[in-house]
Design a protein around this ligand. Structure first.
Ligand code: UD1
Length: 355
């Protein structure tokens, strides 16, 4: 059975489409007129996000969204999806992403992240779908020699298995384009995605104690945690705390759509940084979030966290020039939207009463 496309734009398979970046990208794709099939096993995401997506995009656009609950490593399930839908391209988000956990569970991380990618591209090839956009990370740059990071900056050693899976999957996908010139691969290297949908209906909802700065700060703001732990104030940065290029998840989502539009009719492998080009320190984030939530957030200085780099931020010229894309939201917007989401959903999607 071939599912008739509702949209002339095309049909995009989004693996991990219920996750933080995936869900925001799905909203953008639906709003741009794409048909979307989400494959997600909900191992680290809530099905409730689908109701939120429907609310944001409205009934008509929501009709172009199909959800399939399956693990991307489940080859039979994936075959069924490709048999039923005429998939034009894949955006591949699905993967384990907790850095610390990856150190203690390397087998699970390598096997899941790399294994599911291999199953995915195998099934894609069998169905003649050879366009894939991969969710990579600035982590592949390791400890940078020079800033800002351009796409030509060398890939360097990662400090954890999670990072290595991104590093290796990039190489796996690049190899496909060398073996078969019909493959069309885009590697998007995200800097630090934060923020939330401006409606407050979707945002980041980490399970357990957040590893990343922003969700932790947001949980302090909402009273779930006592104080932010600042990992090191003796770095060679203006205020001694780590500097990162934080990017609003809405900008990241629009970057995927820009890349997808750019990919049409192309082949080969191209890499793009998705960042803002601006570095922000941990203390600047705490100040910006304090302003957004209207109270001074407490913090304590702790020792450095193993594996952290001093600073990184992107050179965004390539995406600007080739994709016509650049980030629009600033740190104040990111903290405002993060706070809007967290204050309306103090316990994330668990608060939701929807079915
Ligand atoms: C980390 C991962 C990166 C991954 C990204 C996902 C590493 C080296 N990097 O980036 O691969 O793609 O998460 O978003 O593992 N900080 C605190 N207190 C906290 C948490 C963080 O001070 O409670 C500091 C960190 O030291 C760092 C900054 O905040 O300077 C950002 O940390 P985080 O949000 O965890 O992101 P990265 O480590 O940059």
């Amino acid at each position: 059975m071939d599912n008739q496309k509702l949209s002339p734009k095309g049909c995009i398979l989004v693996t991990g489409g219920c996750g933080f970046i995936g869900s925001h990208t799905v909203v953008y794709l639906l709003n741009e007129g794409y048909d979307v099939v989400v494959v997600d096993d909900l191992s680290n995401a809530s099905e409730k996000v689908l109701d939120r997506i429907d609310t944001i995009v409205g009934d008509d656009a929501a009709e172009r969204l199909t959800f399939v609950r399956a693990d991307v490593a489940d080859k039979d399930a994936l075959e069924t999806v490709f048999d039923e839908f005429d998939i034009d391209a894949v955006i591949h988000f699905a993967g384990f992403k907790a850095v610390g956990e990856s150190v203690t569970k390397p087998i699970e991380y390598y096997s899941n992240n790399i294994g599911n990618t291999l199953v995915l591209v195998d099934v894609m090839r069998d169905h003649g779908c050879k366009s894939i956009l991969f969710s990579s990370s600035a982590t592949v740059y390791g400890d940078p020699d020079a800033l800002p990071l351009t796409e030509a900056s060398p890939k360097k050693a990662c400090t954890n298995p999670y990072g290595w899976t991104k590093w290796m999957i990039e190489e796996i996908l690049r190899s496909l384009t060398i073996a078969d010139p019909e493959w069309n691969v885009v590697l998007l290297r995200y800097f630090n995605p934060i923020g939330a949908h401006p409606s407050g209906l979707m945002g980041e909802d980490p399970k357990g104690i957040p590893n990343n700065l922003l969700p932790y700060v947001a949980q302090v703001a909402v009273g779930r945690r006592d104080a932010v732990h600042v990992f090191g104030n003796d770095y060679d940065t203006p205020d001694g705390t780590g500097v990162r290029d934080y990017i609003h998840v809405m900008d990241l989502a629009s970057g995927h759509v820009a890349a997808l539009d750019w990919m049409v009719g192309r082949t080969g492998c191209e890499v793009f940084n998705l960042g803002t080009g601006k570095g922000t320190s941990v203390l600047e984030i705490i100040r910006a979030f304090s302003a957004a939530c209207g109270r001074e957030l407490p913090y304590v200085i702790e020792p450095r966290r193993a594996g952290d780099v001093t600073a990184n931020y992107a050179d965004c010229a390539k995406a600007r020039e080739m994709l016509g894309w650049e980030a629009k939201y600033d740190i104040a917007d990111m903290c405002r939207d993060s706070w809007n989401w967290q204050s309306k959903n103090p316990n994330g999607y668990a608060d939701s009463n929807e079915a």
